[in-house]
Design a protein around this ligand. Structure first.
Ligand SMILES: Cc1ncc(COP(=O)(O)O)c(C=O)c1O
Length: 365
């Protein structure tokens, strides 16, 4: 049996009549920018997140970038990010001309370690930007306490975290603003690129909407130098259909994760650690192995597709060679990059596929 990492076509097939109907409705409405489909989805997504406001944007990178801009983060400001986050988190900071300050994660949770964050705060720090990596919530309370103490903004990268909860409350309105990606493979994925921000702050939401609309409230009247970053109504219509299934799909992910955790406990692998306050969205199920590359090869031979999130930490990327970092500068991020392996997990995985993946990992580990 061959097991894909994630079967996006199966996710579409599961809801095909409803998605087709919603897309046709959006197309035939004549609204191709903004309009009722977008408004309906924004309202539904804000409600899902427990946030007062949601603003659709073109993708997750723009969600982060516009959130930073709307909070006036720019040149001379430092933004604290995890040294093992996806490159987009860091790109958003450099896009606004601010300086990303890489802070090593807690090696067990893979998320920003509040103690290390505290040590990295300087007079130039303007914001904390934790990522809820792999769908595991970052430890928000101590980060918020640090933000309050030092007068910082708390911006969350929730691109992998749709539906995850921190201390029983869904991620989406803890910090000042939360950035989301609806890239097709996310827990809530569009039929192409899409993103959003959520916040309880109506003024901030309006600033982000304006920045993403050429800096304009009124057509041809430009208040600030904005960009074009809008969530299109066809995507919004499809996302609205999928949103109604997100909880059920996340429950299926959690079932698979529970089976993996139980089955792999006796093996010589490091398994995801879930703090007692975390309800993960299980975007990814990431194990660690001393022989990661060999394990990946053996699983591929057994027909099990795996991926690595991420093989090169940001400080060693050529794109940031001018920072002058080298191997050994962020040992936790580097160790994770050499050991992590993401196993197949997705709402459409059948029990037979989960059984086969478990058997293959048992043989290969
Ligand atoms: C943690 C994280 N941040 C940001 C992004 C950027 O999202 P997008 O691809 O929609 O720009 C992604 C996903 O790609 C991500 O995984």
């Amino acid at each position: 049996m061959s097991i894909p990492f994630l079967d996006l076509k199966a996710s579409y097939d599961a809801l095909a009549p409803a998605i087709d109907e919603a897309v046709a409705r959006a197309v035939s409405s004549g609204w191709y920018i903004g309009g009722p489909e977008l408004a309906r989805f924004e309202q539904a997504f804000a409600g899902f997140c427990g946030a007062a406001q949601a603003v659709g944007v073109a993708n997750g990178l723009d969600a982060l970038h516009l959130a930073l801009r709307a909070l006036d983060v720019g040149p001379g400001d430092e933004v604290i990010v995890a040294s093992n986050s996806y490159i987009a988190t860091i790109l958003a900071v450099t896009m606004v001309g601010a300086t990303p300050v890489l802070v090593e994660p807690d090696p067990r949770t893979h998320n920003l370690d509040p103690a290390r964050v505290a040590a990295a705060i300087t007079p130039r720090t303007k914001a904390l930007l934790p990522t809820h990596l792999y769908g595991q919530p970052a430890d928000l309370d101590p980060l918020q306490a640090l933000a309050d103490e030092h007068g910082l903004k708390l911006i969350e990268d929730a691109a992998q975290a749709h539906g995850c909860a921190y201390k029983g409350r869904r991620v989406g309105a803890h910090g000042d603003v939360v950035a989301w990606s609806f890239y097709p493979s996310k827990n809530l994925g569009a039929l192409g690129d899409a993103g959003a921000v959520t916040t309880d702050d109506a003024t901030l939401a309006d600033r982000i909407r304006t920045l993403g609309n050429y800096g304009s409230h009124v057509r041809y009247v430009n208040e600030v130098q904005g960009v074009n970053s809008r969530l299109d109504p066809v995507q919004a219509a499809a996302l609205d259909v999928k949103l109604a299934h997100l909880d059920a799909w996340n429950r299926r992910r959690a079932e698979i994760a529970a089976r993996y955790l139980a089955a792999f406990a006796p093996l010589d692998l490091e398994l995801p650690f879930v703090p007692e306050w975390a309800t993960p969205a299980w975007h990814l199920f990431v194990i660690q192995s001393d022989d990661r590359d060999g394990l990946q090869q053996r699983l591929a031979e057994a027909g099990v597709q795996t991926l690595i999130h991420y093989p090169i930490p940001p400080h060693l990327q050529k794109a940031y060679a001018d920072w002058g970092y080298g191997a050994g500068d962020f040992p936790i991020a580097e160790r994770l990059a050499s050991r992590v392996l993401s196993l197949p997990i997705g709402p459409q995985m059948s029990d037979a596929q989960v059984d086969a993946a478990i058997a293959a990992v048992r043989r290969a580990a």
